[in-house]
Design a protein. Structure first.
Length: 181
Protein backbone atom coordinates (compact mmCIF):
# COMPACT_ATOMS: atom_id res chain seq x y z
CA UNK A 1 0.00 0.00 0.00
CA UNK A 2 2.79 2.43 0.92
CA UNK A 3 4.73 1.43 -2.18
CA UNK A 4 1.69 2.16 -4.38
CA UNK A 5 1.18 5.57 -2.75
CA UNK A 6 4.87 6.35 -3.23
CA UNK A 7 4.62 5.47 -6.93
CA UNK A 8 1.59 7.69 -7.37
CA UNK A 9 3.32 10.59 -5.60
CA UNK A 10 6.47 10.02 -7.64
CA UNK A 11 4.49 9.99 -10.88
CA UNK A 12 2.68 13.16 -9.82
CA UNK A 13 5.98 14.89 -9.02
CA UNK A 14 7.45 13.77 -12.32
CA UNK A 15 4.44 15.06 -14.27
CA UNK A 16 4.54 18.37 -12.38
CA UNK A 17 8.26 18.77 -13.12
CA UNK A 18 7.81 17.93 -16.80
CA UNK A 19 4.93 20.39 -17.05
CA UNK A 20 6.98 23.06 -15.30
CA UNK A 21 9.75 22.50 -17.82
CA UNK A 22 7.32 22.96 -20.69
CA UNK A 23 5.93 26.08 -18.97
CA UNK A 24 9.45 27.56 -18.76
CA UNK A 25 10.28 26.71 -22.37
CA UNK A 26 6.99 28.18 -23.58
CA UNK A 27 7.35 31.58 -21.89
CA UNK A 28 6.51 33.92 -24.77
CA UNK A 29 8.29 37.02 -25.90
CA UNK A 30 6.93 40.10 -27.62
CA UNK A 31 4.47 39.55 -30.43
CA UNK A 32 5.31 40.71 -33.92
CA UNK A 33 3.82 43.92 -35.24
CA UNK A 34 0.51 42.56 -36.45
CA UNK A 35 -2.50 44.74 -35.74
CA UNK A 36 -5.41 44.04 -33.43
CA UNK A 37 -8.52 46.03 -32.63
CA UNK A 38 -7.37 46.71 -29.09
CA UNK A 39 -4.49 46.46 -26.64
CA UNK A 40 -5.08 45.41 -23.03
CA UNK A 41 -2.49 45.97 -20.32
CA UNK A 42 -3.04 44.68 -16.78
CA UNK A 43 -1.18 46.77 -14.20
CA UNK A 44 1.40 45.21 -11.96
CA UNK A 45 4.61 44.65 -13.87
CA UNK A 46 7.45 46.79 -15.13
CA UNK A 47 7.41 47.62 -18.82
CA UNK A 48 3.80 46.62 -19.49
CA UNK A 49 2.31 50.10 -19.89
CA UNK A 50 5.43 51.31 -21.73
CA UNK A 51 5.00 48.46 -24.24
CA UNK A 52 1.29 49.15 -24.65
CA UNK A 53 1.86 52.85 -25.29
CA UNK A 54 4.61 52.12 -27.81
CA UNK A 55 2.31 49.73 -29.68
CA UNK A 56 -0.53 52.24 -29.63
CA UNK A 57 1.74 54.95 -31.03
CA UNK A 58 2.83 52.51 -33.77
CA UNK A 59 -0.88 52.14 -34.60
CA UNK A 60 -0.88 48.43 -33.75
CA UNK A 61 -4.42 48.95 -32.41
CA UNK A 62 -7.19 51.55 -32.23
CA UNK A 63 -7.45 51.80 -28.47
CA UNK A 64 -5.90 50.56 -25.22
CA UNK A 65 -7.30 49.54 -21.86
CA UNK A 66 -5.12 49.65 -18.76
CA UNK A 67 -6.97 47.35 -16.37
CA UNK A 68 -6.53 47.30 -12.61
CA UNK A 69 -5.75 51.00 -12.17
CA UNK A 70 -6.10 52.38 -8.65
CA UNK A 71 -9.21 54.59 -8.27
CA UNK A 72 -7.22 57.71 -7.38
CA UNK A 73 -5.00 57.58 -10.51
CA UNK A 74 -6.05 60.05 -13.18
CA UNK A 75 -5.15 59.94 -16.88
CA UNK A 76 -3.01 63.06 -16.44
CA UNK A 77 -1.01 61.26 -13.74
CA UNK A 78 -0.18 58.42 -16.13
CA UNK A 79 0.59 60.86 -18.96
CA UNK A 80 3.14 62.58 -16.72
CA UNK A 81 4.61 59.32 -15.40
CA UNK A 82 5.09 57.92 -18.91
CA UNK A 83 6.06 61.29 -20.40
CA UNK A 84 3.25 61.25 -22.95
CA UNK A 85 0.92 63.95 -24.15
CA UNK A 86 -2.40 63.99 -22.27
CA UNK A 87 -4.13 63.95 -25.65
CA UNK A 88 -3.01 60.33 -26.19
CA UNK A 89 -4.77 59.31 -22.98
CA UNK A 90 -7.82 61.42 -23.83
CA UNK A 91 -8.27 59.93 -27.28
CA UNK A 92 -7.09 56.37 -27.05
CA UNK A 93 -6.44 55.01 -23.55
CA UNK A 94 -9.12 53.90 -21.10
CA UNK A 95 -8.45 53.20 -17.44
CA UNK A 96 -10.23 50.25 -15.84
CA UNK A 97 -10.59 50.65 -12.09
CA UNK A 98 -12.56 47.57 -11.02
CA UNK A 99 -9.95 44.82 -11.28
CA UNK A 100 -7.77 43.66 -8.39
CA UNK A 101 -6.33 40.38 -9.75
CA UNK A 102 -5.89 38.42 -12.96
CA UNK A 103 -9.44 37.02 -12.98
CA UNK A 104 -11.05 40.42 -12.42
CA UNK A 105 -8.70 41.93 -15.05
CA UNK A 106 -10.21 39.44 -17.49
CA UNK A 107 -13.78 40.25 -16.46
CA UNK A 108 -13.17 44.01 -16.69
CA UNK A 109 -11.51 43.57 -20.08
CA UNK A 110 -14.30 41.37 -21.41
CA UNK A 111 -16.89 44.05 -20.55
CA UNK A 112 -14.77 46.71 -22.24
CA UNK A 113 -14.17 44.58 -25.36
CA UNK A 114 -17.89 43.85 -25.70
CA UNK A 115 -18.84 47.53 -25.28
CA UNK A 116 -16.48 48.42 -28.13
CA UNK A 117 -17.38 45.38 -30.28
CA UNK A 118 -13.76 44.40 -30.75
CA UNK A 119 -12.88 41.08 -32.36
CA UNK A 120 -9.16 40.94 -31.60
CA UNK A 121 -7.12 41.90 -28.55
CA UNK A 122 -3.39 42.05 -27.89
CA UNK A 123 -2.79 41.16 -24.25
CA UNK A 124 0.41 42.85 -23.02
CA UNK A 125 1.71 41.48 -19.74
CA UNK A 126 4.86 40.08 -18.17
CA UNK A 127 6.18 37.08 -20.10
CA UNK A 128 5.83 34.71 -17.12
CA UNK A 129 2.26 35.88 -16.43
CA UNK A 130 0.99 35.65 -19.99
CA UNK A 131 -0.19 32.02 -20.03
CA UNK A 132 -2.56 32.46 -17.07
CA UNK A 133 -3.69 35.96 -18.05
CA UNK A 134 -4.50 34.71 -21.56
CA UNK A 135 -6.33 31.67 -20.14
CA UNK A 136 -8.49 33.94 -17.98
CA UNK A 137 -9.18 36.44 -20.77
CA UNK A 138 -9.97 33.78 -23.34
CA UNK A 139 -12.36 32.17 -20.88
CA UNK A 140 -14.06 35.51 -20.09
CA UNK A 141 -14.42 36.48 -23.77
CA UNK A 142 -15.36 33.14 -25.26
CA UNK A 143 -14.48 32.18 -28.81
CA UNK A 144 -15.79 35.35 -30.47
CA UNK A 145 -12.63 37.36 -29.80
CA UNK A 146 -9.06 36.46 -30.74
CA UNK A 147 -6.61 37.01 -27.88
CA UNK A 148 -2.97 37.39 -28.93
CA UNK A 149 -0.32 37.31 -26.23
CA UNK A 150 2.49 39.83 -26.11
CA UNK A 151 5.03 39.00 -23.41
CA UNK A 152 7.07 41.77 -21.83
CA UNK A 153 10.56 40.45 -21.09
CA UNK A 154 11.29 40.14 -17.40
CA UNK A 155 13.61 38.36 -14.99
CA UNK A 156 11.38 36.79 -12.34
CA UNK A 157 12.73 34.91 -9.36
CA UNK A 158 12.40 31.13 -9.40
CA UNK A 159 9.76 31.27 -6.64
CA UNK A 160 7.54 33.53 -8.74
CA UNK A 161 7.76 31.11 -11.66
CA UNK A 162 6.83 28.14 -9.46
CA UNK A 163 3.92 30.06 -7.92
CA UNK A 164 2.67 31.18 -11.34
CA UNK A 165 2.88 27.66 -12.74
CA UNK A 166 0.91 26.33 -9.77
CA UNK A 167 -1.74 29.06 -10.20
CA UNK A 168 -1.99 28.19 -13.90
CA UNK A 169 -2.44 24.49 -13.13
CA UNK A 170 -5.05 25.12 -10.45
CA UNK A 171 -7.00 27.51 -12.65
CA UNK A 172 -7.00 25.06 -15.57
CA UNK A 173 -8.30 22.30 -13.31
CA UNK A 174 -10.93 24.65 -11.83
CA UNK A 175 -12.17 25.66 -15.28
CA UNK A 176 -12.16 22.04 -16.44
CA UNK A 177 -14.28 21.10 -13.40
CA UNK A 178 -16.52 24.14 -13.82
CA UNK A 179 -15.46 25.66 -10.49
CA UNK A 180 -15.16 29.42 -10.06
CA UNK A 181 -16.63 30.43 -13.37
Amino acid sequence: MIRGAFRILSLGALLWAAGFGVFLLAIPGPLDHRKTDAIVVPTGGAGRIDRGIALLKEQAAKRMLVTGVAPEVRPIDLAREYQEKPALFACCIDLGREAVDTRSNAAETADWVRRHHYKSVRLVTSDWHLARARLELTHALGSDVAVLGDGVKSSPRYGILVAEYNKLLLRRVALWLGIGE
